[in-house]
Design a protein around this ligand. Sequence first.
Ligand SMILES: *[C@@H]1O[C@H](CO)[C@@H](O)[C@H](O)[C@H]1NC(C)=O
Ligand SMILES: *[C@@H]1O[C@H](CO)[C@@H](O)[C@H](O)[C@H]1NC(C)=O
Ligand SMILES: *[C@@H]1O[C@H](CO)[C@@H](O)[C@H](O)[C@H]1NC(C)=O
Ligand SMILES: *[C@@H]1O[C@H](CO)[C@@H](O)[C@H](O)[C@H]1NC(C)=O
Length: 460
Amino acid sequence: MFFRKSSPTQPLNSLPCTTKSQSFSKTKETHQWVKFTLFITLCLFLLYFMYPTTITTTTTTTDTTTTTTCDGSTPSFYIYNLPPRFNLDLLKNCENLNIYTNMCPHVKNNGLGQPLSKTSWYTTHQLLAEMIFHARLENHVCRTWDPNQAILFYIPFYGGLHASSMFREANHTLRDSLAVDLIDHVLSLPWWNRHNGKDHFISLGRTAWDFMRSSSGSDFGANILLNLPPVKNMSVLTIERQPWEGENQNGIPYPSYFHPKTKEEMLTWQNKMRQNDRPFLFSFIGGKRKGLGKAKIRDELFKQCNESSLCKLVDCGGGNSKCHQPMEVLSVMMESRFCLQAPGDSFTRRSTFDSILAGCIPVFFSPHTAYSQYHWYLPKYKNMYSVYIEEGGVGEKSNMIEEVLMGIKGVEVEKMREVVIGLIPRVSYAHPNGSDVGFNDAVDVALQGLFFFGYTSRTC
Ligand SMILES: *[C@@H]1O[C@H](CO)[C@@H](O)[C@H](O)[C@H]1NC(C)=O
Ligand SMILES: *[C@@H]1O[C@H](CO)[C@@H](O)[C@H](O)[C@H]1NC(C)=O
Ligand SMILES: *[C@@H]1O[C@H](CO)[C@@H](O)[C@H](O)[C@H]1NC(C)=O
Ligand SMILES: *[C@@H]1O[C@H](CO)[C@@H](O)[C@H](O)[C@H]1NC(C)=O
């Protein structure tokens, strides 16, 4: 079923690293030029990963890269024109896409949700990265309508919305059918064979776990999309990787609330975060959980925060409406120097990205909340932008979190905060209709990551 034969009807292009056939530009000169630009970009990229401080701190104020033309720093890509059953038709049923919530208000405005009173701010639902990604790619300057010119192929499937609508479907054949249908469809297209799908990618707004049902293990509603053999050849962008089996999975940021159209808006926000007063040493926004393994730590964080005069606690238990109001959440983070990031139902949290947006240094208790997830987005050296407290150590001594955080010198805190503020552009999703964004946002970083570090690079 998955290995349906298809024969390419047109000469298919190669990736730039397979030197012998023609590359993604037409004339010899531009070919050379593009190659050169890509080479330079690759060097800069590698430099960034080796010395993230220098680049991060300089990009905060002097990043003048413009996205008005596709300048070679970002690969060109083709968007498959999928039958609407794989994306837009799903939205027609928005009342029933999520068993807990009516998604209709959230899927508005290309997935940004309802606008807030401030320009460029939206009540964005945390699980809609797949829609925002799609909208942003549709207007991206590096989009090409000619598959011959494309380096990457994007499959615009709203897999997360579909998965959450089927969590309670007991019949596995039915639950998996759209995923199976999708892969059948993609394999029938000639472009798959160019690199056995290794230049193809999807982006999912839910965690990888929701697409990795296995025959062993308990059934919590997942489908089998990411376990289908052809999908292992593709790159999968997801808000949470499966840290052990997800080698073709790459973490992308949860969407937060700020979706600027211009670089100026971004710079203004970054400056505001630099100048904000931060009276609280740390804060914790969250509810207690009932003794579940990985969420047990929450009770301890809750207790320690409540007992510390330097911590601001926002109790999200009992349906506290403040926890669902973007500006309430953000204002607490904006007044804090450190923000505790406890694992919740899964390892990762949207709150990590809210905290970066607020210039609040994240404190992690599991390596899988961020370090094993977002390689393209966060500096390699975790101490530059975050604090890690071993989960087992928390609570061994009362007030341990307070002590650890008090022990970090003021100048160190300033330095870390500057790195965090420098990350804001790359973890933000720019407004999809912004034509001249002027900074590299989460989508640009993903495209560059796919090209330089994703499966594409491994076809060389
Ligand atoms: C972007 O523009 C299109 C066409 O004008 C519009 O339908 C869409 O709602 C806009 N998106 C946002 C997020 O404003
Ligand atoms: C599950 O759904 C499939 C496809 O609709 C159907 O053929 C099959 O009989 C169903 N299985 C059960 C156990 O109901
Ligand atoms: C996946 O890639 C391998 C080579 O790495 C290839 O042999 C296989 O046929 C590919 N699968 C599909 C479905 O294209
Ligand atoms: C915080 O601690 C105080 C004093 O120990 C206690 O009375 C209060 O209920 C705690 N607050 C929460 C939200 O647990």
